[in-house]
Design a protein around this ligand. Structure first.
Ligand SMILES: *[C@@H]1O[C@H](CO)[C@@H](O)[C@H](O)[C@H]1NC(C)=O
Ligand SMILES: *[C@@H]1O[C@H](CO)[C@@H](O)[C@H](O)[C@H]1NC(C)=O
Length: 363
């Protein structure tokens, strides 16, 4: 009997301890770590409800955070390009991924009769029919590579009040993510020039009724990006294809000299994922931001990054910042490894490979 009671007691004690520990874990996680920002490549299957989350910025005063302090302490402020390291990473990426000929689906790399294997949905294969083939550009759009200076603009809240717009627009080639708002109050911080803009099908679904209804507002909004390439992950998830094709039809049917829709090559994205896996990033899916940095590393001789900072606290002012410079939509952490990506980019910055701008732009 005594033995039974003591066993019962020890079970109770362990159960109590366990729940205290669990409670502690869930209530004491650092808010700065649980609200990373950054550019967001949600799979099309996540619906609008899941993506809308808590919209208010946490009002608690931001506290100093060990992770942020460690990262900022290692961030080299006197950046200088290290040509050897730059060439090393460019050739590593070039050998594995070859963005110039393979990042975008073209008639040359995807002839009629070949199969396209979806990168986020390996069981899905699509044969290139003559009709599909005719939607692809003949050649790579990156025929002019290497370009001189590229700015890759992440959408992080760190851009708010950064005054980086002029510096971003001074780059010869500007790459943006997920159809970000640019005009009016954003121009000073984010600039307006755009040569590539990615478009996540989830935004087409939410904002433009999947382009199943009127398409004029989509076409007019996209005019904001001038003659930029609109880059769509049409062959990542199977739900992405039809809506991406409709985006291309809409831009072509309205028949003006504006943005051109092209599709990410899923073979390129698969190789990119493997590349970053060897660099320690084990996410279900890479963020659009790191995809664009990788592209820029192959296309451009000088790569500058703005708007990349995946935490909800500003590293210098300790003010709370929003997830994006234009809204506070949360990032999907089941899918992306934002802090790990950021550390990889910080490492490349410290090696003189890319120039990661954090905080205000002074010139
Ligand atoms: C394309 O995929 C289909 C179906 O899986 C297969 O039968 C065909 O042989 C493949 N074609 C090529 C060129 O690989
Ligand atoms: C940006 O600047 C405005 C105006 O000075 C200020 O009210 C706001 O708090 C600032 N926001 C951030 C995140 O720094």
């Amino acid at each position: 009997m005594n033995a039974f009671i003591s066993r019962l007691l020890s079970i109770l004690i362990f159960a109590c301890l366990g729940s205290v520990l669990l409670w502690h874990y869930f209530t004491h996680r650092d808010p700065a770590l649980s609200h990373p920002n950054g550019v967001n490549q949600k799979p099309a299957r996540s619906n609008g409800v899941a993506a809308s989350g808590p919209l208010s910025v946490q009002q608690k005063p931001a506290k100093r955070n060990q992770v942020i302090d460690r990262l900022i302490a290692s961030y080299s402020t006197s950046w200088k390009k290290h040509e050897k390291n730059f060439q090393f990473y460019r050739s590593l990426l070039g050998n594995k991924c070859n963005a110039i000929s393979a990042a975008v689906v073209t008639q040359r790399n995807s002839p009629t009769g070949t199969n396209i294997t979806f990168d986020a949905d390996k069981k899905k294969i699509l044969e290139v029919t003559p009709a599909l083939y005719n939607l692809f550009p003949k050649e790579t759009p990156f025929i002019k590579a290497p370009l001189d200076t590229c700015a890759v603009v992440g959408n992080g809240g760190i851009l708010t009040n950064s005054s980086c717009g002029k510096q971003i627009d001074s780059a010869s080639y500007v790459i943006r993510c997920n159809l970000p708002p640019l005009k009016n109050r954003h121009e000073k911080d984010a600039g307006s020039k755009s040569n590539i803009v990615t478009a996540n099908p989830s935004i087409l679904m939410q904002k433009y009724s999947s382009l199943n209804e009127r398409r004029r507002s989509f076409v007019e909004d996209v005019r904001l990006y001038g003659n930029a390439l609109i880059l769509l992950p049409a062959f990542s998830y199977r739900q992405n294809t039809a809506v991406s094709l409709r985006a291309l039809y809409a831009l072509e049917d309205f028949g003006y000299n504006g943005p051109q829709a092209v599709f990410f090559n899923p073979a390129y994205l698969s190789n990119l994922k493997e590349f970053w896996h060897t660099q320690g990033i084990r996410a279900m899916r890479l963020s659009t931001g790191i995809m664009m940095v990788s592209l820029a590393l192959e296309l451009c001789n000088n790569v500058h990054l703005y708007g990349f900072w995946p935490f909800s606290v500003h590293p210098y002012t300790y003010q709370q910042i929003t997830n994006h410079y234009y809204d506070n939509q949360p990032v999907n952490h089941r899918v992306h490894a934002m802090p790990a990506e950021f550390e990889a980019l910080l490492n490349l910055h410290n090696k003189g490979v890319i120039h990661l701008h954090i905080g205000e732009c002074t010139n």
